[in-house]
Design a protein. Structure first.
Length: 195
């Protein structure tokens, strides 16, 4: 989804002052082999949190060599029973492959149709750009997925955090009206997320 590059590479200068659409390139004379390799997805993530999942992002911010190239990857670790919560990527289609475990992968369309399937090692999925999706570990063992995106910075809107853990807070009367519930329900959800 990102625009095509106009040069062989443009290793991001993340401290660059201009950032109209991506990052400026670091001077070619400063480019080294290390700019084309990234270790950040090699370690198992810490799933000891309330969702029981962890997403390591290999996007342009973590791996500046991706700048302007229109691709990136994530590593997703999910404990048994854990969930990578419903979220969407505003700038990219996502494809993923299960490396370990058994996962329910689900997505919802703009017309509120729900599609899902249980996947095991070697099976792939695709999430069209912008659609809300999740992965739930329905197996007994830990699950591991690698995902790929057609953007160097796909972005992630994680719905529970977006609505209930924003800064500043979304007004309570917006949430009670949106979900058709009383205030204590909103208080309980917000307190769960430290809101
Ligand atoms: C999984 O949905 C991911 O965004 O990596
Ligand atoms: Mn995703």
């Amino acid at each position: 989804a990102d625009p095509d590059p106009l040069q062989d590479f443009c290793i991001a200068d993340l401290k660059g002052t201009i950032s109209v659409n991506g990052f400026p390139c670091k001077p070619g004379s400063n480019v080294t082999s290390d700019d084309f390799f990234f270790d950040g997805l090699s370690q198992e993530g810490n799933t000891n949190n309330s969702f029981g999942s962890s997403v390591a992002q290999g996007n342009v911010l973590a791996f500046p060599g991706l700048n302007t190239l229109g691709i990136s990857m994530n590593r997703v670790d999910i404990a048994p029973g854990g969930l990578n919560p419903p979220h969407s990527h505003p700038r990219a289609t996502e494809s993923g492959i299960v490396v370990q475990g058994t996962l329910l992968v689900g997505l919802m369309t703009t017309g509120n149709v729900f599609y899902s399937k249980n996947l095991t090692a070697g099976q792939m999925f695709v999430i069209p750009r912008g659609l809300v999706h999740f992965q739930l570990n329905v197996g007994q063992e830990k699950a591991l997925i690698f995902t790929a995106f057609n953007s160097h910075l796909p972005g992630a809107v994680v719905l529970p955090l977006n609505l209930f853990a924003s800064t500043p807070s979304v007004p309570d009367n917006v949430l009670t009206k949106a979900f058709q519930v009383e205030q204590p329900v909103i208080d309980e959800i917000k307190s769960t997320f430290g809101g």
